[in-house]
Design a binder for this molecule. Structure first.
Ligand code: FE2
Length: 157
């Protein structure tokens, strides 16, 4: 008997959590600072994926829209601050990248830089999609975000 999507997503919520815990446990035994933080970083991504799967459980099992007008107003109001924060982070990291010579430090800073650029891009996308969606119904808002999601059609995330 094949499982339905909701059950598969629910299993993945748990699998990603368990995997994250195992990685954190391993990372705590590693004394090399970069390797330890890479493992902890993958653990964080696994927790992120677990939350994505939680979102998918809701998405496929609920008929109600996930984004209310109140949430829409809250995000619209707050998002500029976070966009500014990410811009500051991108600038700070790129300044550090210019200053350092140690290739190991450069490598780690480059990884942070890529993440910050991605965070900035995601927040800009969310803001643009919300602006587009403001005149639409709640269901259309969600559809607009989903259709224009930067992860749409990509295996990553
Ligand atoms: Fe960031």
């Amino acid at each position: 008997m094949s499982k339905n999507l909701t059950d598969i997503f629910k299993e993945m919520v748990e699998k990603e959590k368990v995997y994250a815990e195992a990685l954190i446990e391993l990372s705590e035994k590693i004394h090399h600072p970069v390797l330890r933080s890479i493992l902890a970083g993958i653990a964080n991504d696994s927790l992120k994926h677990s939350r994505f799967y939680e979102a998918l459980v809701e998405l496929v099992s609920s008929v109600q829209s996930v984004l209310s007008q109140e949430e829409l107003r809250l995000i619209s109001k707050e998002i500029d601050k976070h966009i500014e924060t990410e811009v500051r982070m991108v600038k700070l990291v790129s300044e550090m990248l210019r200053k350092v010579d140690d290739p190991r430090v450069k490598l780690v800073l480059s990884a942070i830089y890529s993440d910050e650029v991605e965070h900035h891009r995601l927040l800009i996308d969310v803001k643009e999609n919300l602006a587009k969606a403001e005149t639409l119904s709640e269901e259309d808002i969600w559809n607009a975000i989903w259709r224009n999601s930067p992860w749409h059609g990509t295996p990553g995330g």
